[in-house]
Design a protein around this ligand. Structure first.
Ligand SMILES: [Fe+2]
Length: 239
């Protein structure tokens, strides 16, 4: 996976083992840090320092996550102030907004991962805009933008991109083939929708801010219309 990532121009990857209360082993941050350290040695031997692995977690939403953050049980991205939060694949939990607010109060910015693959959000993508307004940041899977996660995920990803509701593209890679650690294809597909510079921010500037624990510029979400594509003013059509 490291060699594939380096070939694609990727310089840093966050290792995000699943944290799914009751269903995964939920490694402590100290274990994630140790294992990422060992992994970095192997990666340096294979790639000669061209790729660095950083610690993290992908945390499945549950009523326990705020307490787990308070007790330092969650491995935040590069141990700074952002964390990945994942919804179930079919629904948006009713407790999500309250949990996000509580996390923000704790000084942790939640990053909602792959909302474009969630059935309820595919039906109503404007749900995501409400989370963005709250202060949540949004990560879409690169392969959703290329269409490799199917037409429903692609359509939802496009709508979210058009409405300023995507802040990062991620590989969500699990292995060197099939869902490989490749971002360039997703970046290029996004560039076709939102332009080169903004697409680059999704794979470079914004993730760099996150791993450094910094804030970054966020455009407010555009109002959602039922047709999917945002309405553009008469003048903006010429530019
Ligand atoms: Fe996930």
């Amino acid at each position: 996976m490291a060699l594939v990532a380096v070939q694609d121009g990727i310089e840093q990857m966050v290792s995000t083992p699943h944290m799914f209360n009751g269903l995964s082993r939920n490694p402590e941050p100290s274990e994630v840090i140790d294992r990422v350290g060992a992994l970095n040695q192997a990666v340096a031997a294979a790639c000669g320092g061209r790729l660095k692995i950083l610690p993290g977690n992908e945390v499945h939403v549950s009523h326990e996550i705020v307490r787990q953050v308070q007790h330092d049980r969650v491995t935040r991205i590069n141990l700074r102030n952002y964390m990945l939060v994942e919804f179930p694949s079919l629904t948006v939990p009713v407790l999500a907004e309250g949990l996000f607010s509580d996390l923000l109060m704790e000084g942790v910015t939640p990053i909602l991962v792959h909302p474009e693959r969630n059935s309820q959000i595919q039906t109503d993508p404007s749900i995501v805009a409400a989370f963005v307004d709250l202060g949540v940041r949004i990560q879409v899977t690169a392969m959703s933008v290329t269409g490799e996660f199917g037409p429903a995920a692609k359509k939802c990803a496009d709508i979210l991109l058009w409405h300023n509701c995507v802040h990062f593209l991620a590989s969500d890679s699990h292995r060197p083939s099939r869902r490989a650690p490749i971002l360039s294809k997703g970046r290029d597909a996004a560039a076709g929708l939102i332009g080169k510079e903004r697409a680059r921010a999704l794979v470079y500037d914004n993730p760099r801010a996150v791993v450094n624990g910094e804030a970054f510029q966020v455009q407010p979400p555009l109002p959602f219309k039922s047709s999917g594509k945002p309405q553009r003013s008469f003048l903006s059509r010429f530019f």
